[in-house]
Design a protein around this ligand. Sequence first.
Ligand code: ADP
Length: 415
Amino acid sequence: MRRPAADTASLRPNELEAVYAISKVVSEAENIDAAMDEITGLTRAVFIFDSAVLYRRQTGPEPLEPLFARVVGRGRSAPTDLVWGEVAANRVLETGETFVREPSVRRGTDRLDQHFYLALPMVAGGKTNGVLVFIRFGGPAYTGEQVNLAAFIATHVSQLFERQLLVERVANLEAERRLARLQDEFIAMVSHELLTPLGFIKGYTTTLLRRDTAWDENTLREFLNIIDEETDRLSELIENLLDSSRLQSGTLHIELKPVALGDLLGDILNRTQTRYNTLRISSESPEADLYVRVDAKRFSQVFDNLVANAVKYAPNSELRIRAGKQGGEAEVRLSDDGPGIPEEHLPHLFKRFYRVPERAAGVRGTGLGLFICEQLIQAHGGTIGVESKPGNGTTFIIRLPLADPAEEKGATPHA
Ligand code: ADP
């Protein structure tokens, strides 16, 4: 069936009024759902239908996606039995024309099972981008005037629909652009972070390989130490990148076992002291019977990261570690006396790649450390937070659920 020519002369005064009211809703609409609710209400006053479905054309195996659907008349008591108008809508997509589909009335069939479809194209720029389907349960059949009226309504809904598509397209474009920018920044930052240690390794190795110079023992060791440290930095960076992407995709394996927190911290602190032999550490051990369920390797990783940050961002500061039971949880506090972190940065600190600009200058890093810490602690069912005031140092607070007492009996200090 051809689309009727726009002819307002054929509309009755109350129909004209409804069409104007609908056009007003469309011009003022901010949200397609709310606007469609109003439009179906206004349409009901002048046009009989039991349900209405607005479809959008999409690419892929399913050409139609319902954007909006309402059952307003008969059949309303069973909205789950919403009758879709896919067959009629598909025909409109193929032809671009209004389509009426009426059942051949058979005796003995429940009238409500006889569905009368009126499907109208949503056209913009000569393309059918969607279909509006009206359905009547048990008739009456659509008259020529009613199809004409529905075509007016569909023209207005078309505009609403187009606006919605445009809004979505702009949002998609913005998201794509943001993603592309983030990817570029990420590649630039990671390349820089990878190239710096590689540059050192290459430079010192080339120097050592020169045949025209004989290096004394001290210089030789100094150069080899630099190569050794930079290689560690490189593998740490790659490990961090891998962990971060495994955490994002949920594929990082964590094995929780009940562990005495005091023993675990004792071990970590011994290692830390060996690694940073000039670092001053003061610690208060928790109760001996304080058990937590942790993956010892991953928990140590969190701790190492926080200590490495304190060494980087609070140089020469003493490190204080306190652990104990707090409100039904285990709490570990790690404090330094460094320059602290301005308040506006605190809510972002655990985000991937976030660095405090005024602290980042001259200090190497990627902003991955605290993101990984938070994700790992969350994987333990715990939380990590930060308290800091510029000039007053920084404290990181880890809270973990206590281990089940039944499990504690069989627990070893940690594996
Ligand atoms: P990175 O150290 O690679 O920059 P992190 O995620 O470990 O990344 O830390 C994020 C930011 O938090 C750091 O860039 C730094 O600005 C800030 N920060 C972390 N720990 C401290 C600390 N102890 N004192 C001051 N600032 C800190």
